[in-house]
Design a protein around this ligand. Structure first.
Ligand code: EPZ
Length: 420
């Protein structure tokens, strides 16, 4: 298992280009299953999760071709059941269920187990499929949704933590080929849901209200092939913006969409960052001393849970007390004990972490536990004195394209240690 070796203390300087959004491209690739015609998706990031989705589509019978940041998919003839070994590797693959159910009226996938950040049930996805008239069964670790015909209907998809992103995506995809009108209330408003809806509309789907809590889908007979360019990754952008602030550097993020990042940029400004949107992109630097901020993670357009760990790393460097409350996932503080190994002073009280910041961090070997936790450890390592070794970086390769290469481009002293 590869690891990253980081010699900290260098302010990041220069330009970095933001890749396509992982959490948009996964459901968009799944949506290509809705048509028997060819589709072309552009600005596809080179990530292990994306490769997994490519393998799953191939397993289902689609022809998949990766060329640089472009993927061509032709799902001429497909089967309705996903392979256990492939599906279990990536929770996001649950979003093949909606397209399979929509097109074939049957979908069988292995039930995704729990995950290190939370239980992550799929009850809302299944509730949506049942509302469209599907019969849902769970047997021997597999979940199956089957229907003679799908009928549009009104449903409420809000849960314990509010809306569900992939649940909204899954039901929206199935409803595009249902008879009649579907109305999803308490729908997720994330930019990735809007990007998926735009791709579906390019395929001929009738959708309105994407980006708002009420999405209306009028079913059509069939969908055709289409081309689409994926939106930039707002979480990758947030990660580089926080790293620039943490290292007291000056970084310009190219190809970014600031309008997708209001909550993060607002908190960054409060913490002492200077954000300048210009012709080259978005330039992030420090604006004097760092200041502590409190955050609570919420569904979009609130502060994203996927940037919580990275912001915590910045607060560990910031003199004063900040309170970070995680409202989306039950156990998304795995990075706290690893940040403590670098010298951070953080206490967990129920859903909140109390960060007593300002103590200088010093490099140490640390262990990545999940995708965003590993990004936080990289940021802390870049700001710490001495050398940090981040182990199990396969977590970070799932969601960050060429992170060590991009950071080296910004002057970071970072190298990947490949384990033979
Ligand atoms: C998406 O996961 C993202 N993944 C996650 O990003 C992100 O953290 C999450 O949305 C929230 O923004 C992808 O898009 C591939 P949810 P998703 O359903 O859709 C509960 C990353 O780091 N819930 O919106 O699986 C659930 O347990 C990843 O890139 C139910 O109770 O998340 C959670 O507490 C991590 N029942 C909350 O809702 C359901 O049926 C939000 O989950 C579904 C969800």
């Amino acid at each position: 298992m590869d690891s990253l070796l980081i010699k900290g203390g260098v302010p990041l300087q220069g330009d970095v280009t933001i890749s396509g959004a992982k959490n948009a491209v996964l459901p968009i690739l799944a949506a290509t299953l809705l048509t028997s015609e060819p589709c072309v998706i552009r600005r596809v990031p080179n990530l292990s999760d994306v490769k997994f989705m490519g393998q799953i589509l191939t397993w289902l019978g689609a022809q998949v071709r990766f060329e640089g940041d472009q993927v061509s998919v032709h799902a001429k003839k497909i089967k309705g059941a996903g392979d256990y070994d492939l599906i279990r590797k990536m929770r996001g693959s649950i979003c093949i269920m909606g397209p399979l159910l929509g097109r074939l009226h049957t979908a069988t996938v292995s039930l995704p187990g729990g995950c290190i950040i939370g239980a992550r049930p799929i009850n809302l996805h299944l509730k949506g499929f049942q509302a469209l008239g599907a019969r849902v069964t769970i047997e021997r670790g597999y979940v199956q949704a089957k229907a003679k015909r799908l009928r549009g209907s009104a449903m409420f998809l809000g849960g314990r933590a509010g809306s569900t992103v992939l649940g909204t995506a899954n039901v929206m995809m199935a409803a595009t080929l249902a008879e009649g009108v579907t109305v999803i209330e308490s729908a997720a408003c994330e930019p990735e849901v809007v990007d998926l809806a735009n791709f579906l509309k390019a395929m001929g789907a009738k959708i309105s209200g994407a980006g708002s809590p009420t999405i209306t889908i009028t079913g059509v007979e069939e969908l055709h092939g289409a081309e689409h360019e994926v939106i930039p990754d707002r979480i990758e952008a947030a990660t580089y913006a926080i790293a620039a602030t943490a290292t007291n550097g000056e970084v310009t993020l190219r190809g970014v969409r600031p309008e997708h990042m209001h909550a993060v940029l607002d908190k960054l400004k409060d913490s002492g960052a200077k954000i300048d949107c210009n012709a080259r992109g978005m330039t992030v630097s420090r604006n004097g001393r760092l200041k502590p901020v409190d955050i609570t993670t919420l569904p979009y357009s609130g502060f994203p849970t996927d940037a919580q760990a990275q912001l915590m790393a910045l607060m560990a460097l910031t003199p004063g007390i900040s309170i970070i409350t995680e409202r989306i996932f039950e156990s998304r503080f795995m990075h706290v004990s690893e940040l403590a190994r670098l010298g951070a002073d953080i206490e967990i009280e129920g859903p909140s972490a109390i960060v007593k910041g300002g103590k200088p961090l010093s490099g140490a070997p640390v262990m990545a536990s999940d995708l965003r936790a590993s990004a936080a450890l990289v940021i802390a390592g870049l700001a710490a004195k001495g050398t940090t070794q981040v182990n199990r970086v396969y977590h970070i390769d799932r969601g960050y394209e060429n992170i060590d290469g991009k950071l080296r481009q910004l002057g970071a002293r970072i190298q990947r240690i490949e384990e033979s």
